[in-house]
Design a protein around this ligand. Structure first.
Ligand code: UDX
Length: 436
């Protein structure tokens, strides 16, 4: 099938490459010429495991192309919209400028019978408005939310755990749903749940899923706060409650909390939209979820201060991790970098390292010192703060090896990913998040 993908960021670039890999003929379109140049050469503009190979294979096969021209969308049967919906400057609501512009640019190139498939995370009610704008062209709008996780984006796109398609009432909607079954034919053939809903449900599924995940993380982080004043161990608590299949252990990782380009802004946009709908009280708990999350960043910084005897001024702190999570170079709203910046503000000499995210981090926070090599970051450090659980900062981090490099013996485990007993046995003062 011929398809266009408008917006070639984390979502769109992966989607375009994944669609080509399952045999479709894809044109990826983005206004950013540099991004398009890179993608056209098979270079991923960001780090995502497996993406580079997919891009190269797609381009070599002739099925995957990239362009800055909206006109190149013409002739496609399906037009995916995968542009960003960031948090508005000065507010909590989602900024829909890019979605609106994508649709405006696409309108002159739509033919009757085309399907426009929105993938961006949008406030409920957006699809209905866009459908009215698209209707005169004879094309049909559907909403097909994306649930990919960074670091697993390729796998999540090709082999998702469910497909959700929000369609309008009537024949056009049913025809569009069938077309989407054809688009995602390998997953459909495999029996992947395929849910056909109305627009509002499809839009809400995405924000509800992210709100639930954020709530789950903040729930365990709230338990960490209680553990901290009672001497309990939140990691054992998570193991114990996680054995209940109704609860489950995943996303009960207490630590410095969630960040990234989705969870923080999605829960805020959800709150803002609920307020507009007169139902702010229904998701008022999301404000608490956000507050708990932000408190954990302060807590991690406080542990460094406490560990260093009450002040970090003039002390050297090695910060292991800058990305908001491992297997990503994404630093958007990264708790790791937030902690690093706060420590710098308190007068510490902060040395940050990360296997993938240094370039992005340096651009956003040039005031910090960055090194690419983990051991250089550790050399001479008074304290070590682990904030992104890359394997090289957890499993492969041997306390005896670190002892030979650092001056101090203070380690703050912002992700509860270290073996506390092993670090203590090696003579370290170990501080976890919600652990004694
Ligand atoms: C999320 C959703 O998982 C995905 O379905 C949606 O499409 C986009 O948003 P992503 O932002 O890639 O994906 O990251 P995710 O793996 O959900 O992690 C989000 C944040 O939560 C990270 O900062 C991670 O470190 C943190 N986290 C995750 C915890 O603090 N504890 C956990 O137990 C799990």
């Amino acid at each position: 099938m011929r398809m266009s993908v408008i917006g070639c960021g984390y979502l769109g670039a992966v989607h375009a490459a994944a669609m080509a890999s399952i045999g479709h003929e894809v044109i990826g379109i983005d206004v950013d010429g540099r991004k398009i140049d890179a993608l056209s050469k098979g270079e991923a503009p960001f780090f995502e495991p497996g993406l580079k190979d997919l891009l190269r294979d797609g381009i070599a096969s002739g099925r995957l192309r990239f362009s800055t021209e909206s006109a190149d969308a013409e002739g496609s049967t399906v037009h995916f919209i995968g542009v960003g919906t960031p948090q508005q400057a000065g507010g909590y609501a989602a900024d829909l400028t890019y979605v609106d512009k994508a649709v405006t640019d696409l309108l002159p190139h739509l033919r009757p019978g085309d399907v426009v498939a929105g993938k961006s995370t949008v406030p409920v009610g957006t699809a209905a408005q866009l459908a009215a704008r698209i209707a005169p062209t004879g094309a049909t709008l559907i909403w097909n939310p994306e649930f990919l996780r960074e670091g697993w984006a390729v796998q999540d796109t090709i082999d998702p755990d469910r497909l959700v398609v929000g369609v309008p009432d009537g024949e056009d909607g049913q025809r569009a749903a069938q077309l989407m079954r054809d688009v995602f034919y390998p997953a459909v053939a495999k029996g992947t749940p395929f849910l056909v809903t109305d627009y509002a449900t499809a839009e809400l599924v995405k924000v509800a899923a992210n709100a639930f995940l954020a709530t789950k993380i903040s729930f365990i982080n709230a338990m960490a706060e209680i553990a901290e004043v009672t001497g309990a161990d939140v990691t054992q608590l998570a193991d114990a409650i996680g054995h209940d299949v109704r609860i489950g252990r995943r996303f009960l990782g207490a630590g410095i909390g969630f960040g990234g380009g989705c969870l923080p802004k999605d829960i805020r946009a959800f709150s803002a939209r609920a307020e507009e709908l007169g139902k702010g009280e229904s998701v008022a708990f999301l404000r608490e979820v956000d507050a708990i999350n932000l408190r954990r960043r302060e807590r991690a910084v406080q542990l460094v201060v406490d560990g260093l005897g009450g002040s970090v001024h003039g002390k050297r702190v090695a910060v292991l991790g800058a990305a908001f999570k491992p297997h990503s170079d994404d630093i958007r709203d990264s708790p790791a970098l937030d902690a690093a910046v706060r420590l710098h503000g308190l007068g510490a000499a902060v040395i940050v390292t990360d296997p993938q995210a240094i370039e992005n981090a340096r651009r956003a926070h040039p005031q910090l010192t960055y090194v690419t090599d983990r051991d250089s970051a550790l050399r001479g450090a008074d304290a070590v703060l682990v904030v992104t659980e890359w394997d090289e900062y957890r499993r492969e981090l041997d306390p005896a090896h670190v002892s030979a490099l650092t001056d101090g013996r203070v380690v703050i485990d912002g992700r509860n990913c270290l073996d506390s007993a092993a670090w203590r046995a090696a003579g370290w003062h170990y501080y976890g998040m919600g652990r004694p």
